[in-house]
Design a protein around this ligand. Structure first.
Ligand code: ZN
Ligand code: ZN
Length: 233
């Protein structure tokens, strides 16, 4: 089974859990998903860039808990390891302007890929971005990561609606990492456990890993419903 390793599983304002971010590291290649406020510090602690030649960074959207330490990360990879980060994000101009305001230059410390589908040979995978529903002020994307061995992973990003038909996907044995929270208010921009439970029948919930969690007792509540929790490594 393919899986993601997590540097944090918390929502933006969680008191103790770090910002949600996941990675795969293999064959001199690091694939990181999102780089929120607490992420670069975790990358340093884990020495994650050591032994790496290529870095791909998938961005789901531009909220601070998803790009808050991006400037530090990109600068560090370039100045310390001379690695140019390949940033994958559909809203190319926005991320370019943001990084240029921080003194970083496209073509020097980073490149941006806005392809809908892209293959990474060294990781034997292909990923694709699809727009999802989160807030009105910016676009948000989820990613499907399709591995050559046939076991795929869906990463929802922040969303209040699952943007594809999950049942056939789960029937094939694939796994889903999904935004999930206890907050079930009307104006919620994330997916509450109640909503997630309506979308995913109990028999498939062990293939669904909650992330971007809120609340002190989230883990207990999610497990009661049969969901898994994204694993911190
Ligand atoms: Zn978030
Ligand atoms: Zn967000």
């Amino acid at each position: 089974m393919n899986k993601l390793y997590f540097l944090g599983i918390g929502s933006g304002y969680h008191k103790s859990e770090k910002n949600t971010s996941a990675y795969i590291k293999n064959n001199d290649t690091l694939l990181l998903i999102d780089c929120g406020e607490t992420v670069f510090k975790k990358v340093l602690e884990k020495d994650l860039v050591n032994d790496v030649k290529d870095i791909y960074l998938l961005i789901t959207h531009m909220h601070s808990d998803h790009i808050g330490s991006l400037g530090g990360f990109v600068g560090f990879c370039y100045w310390k390891y001379k690695i140019k980060t390949m940033i994958c994000f559909k809203d190319k101009e926005k991320i370019k302007n943001y990084l240029e305001l921080l003194g970083l230059k496209e073509g020097e410390s980073f490149d941006i890929c806005d392809d809908t589908i892209r293959r990474i040979d060294s990781l034997k995978l292909e990923f694709s971005a699809s727009k999802t529903k989160h807030v009105d002020t910016m676009n948000s994307y989820s990613y499907n990561i399709s591995f050559d061995d046939g076991n795929d992973i869906f990463y929802s990003g922040d969303t209040f609606e699952t943007n594809f038909n999950v049942i056939p996907y789960l029937e094939l044995g694939n796994i889903i990492y999904h935004d999930a929270c206890l907050n079930d208010s009307e104006e919620n921009v994330h997916t509450s456990l109640r909503v997630l439970s309506e979308v995913i029948p109990r028999r498939y919930r062990n293939q669904v890993y909650c992330m971007h969690i809120d609340g002190e007792n989230f883990i207990e509540e999610a497990r009661k419903l049969g969901f898994n929790i994204a694993e911190l490594i």
